[in-house]
Write a new protein. Sequence first.
Length: 269
Amino acid sequence: MTAMVIRGQGLHSGARGAVSFARCGGPVVLRANGADVAITALEVVATTRSTTLASRGGVIRVATLEHVLAALAGLGVHEGVAIAIEGEEAPLADGGARVFADAVRALGVAPGPSPLCVVARGSVDVGASRYDFEPHDGVAVEVEVDFDGAPRARLARIARWDGDPEDFCARIAPARTFGFEHEVQELLARGLASHVTPESVVVIGEDRILSAGAPFQTDEPARHKLLDLLGDLYVYGGPPRGRVHALRPGHAATHEALHAALARGLVRR
């Protein structure tokens, strides 16, 4: 089977890159610069607006991997796939994870249970973010966002997912990345973000929503936050078997919360 290669520019760097998926034995690995490293053996080295993973020694370092990893998380694939990366940042692609999920599904790799499990009830606070953990037979992940101002006040605050791969592909994976209009203007003034296609990003203004392509829905930003959360949880083998509720999640907060939850025995792998 020929692997599907997804090419494009990175959201933050604008650098050209590519990602493809192939079947392999053992745990899911990241393949770059002639090395294969298991995802769970990589280190989180940067969390500003995205998640950057690197191997010890720096042979592998790739930015904005959360959408790629979210595809595997949503499909429940924890073994049998090699993710080949070319470049310093994963391509933005469709702004979500649907194109990556389609490529993984085409491999026909069977899903399996998450090696991560919530074993005790408890909460972790990280700044303004809060993560609640509770044992549960299946997978149940919920995010609650907090946007101020109009039309932000009209955006849905909550998005949920109960571990179903079909629901992930239909509802979570297509949710596009988003930014606020004042942030986009600042980036454009600095010569950045001009490479981003309108169809792949939703822009939220004080009194309007700017989007192209698929019709915008009021819960799309919350669903994208859920997508990001799933990708970040995958770094540790997640999403875990259990309930996770994340209030105002962010990349840095999620990684700090998972380290704390593992250290406190709320979550085990």
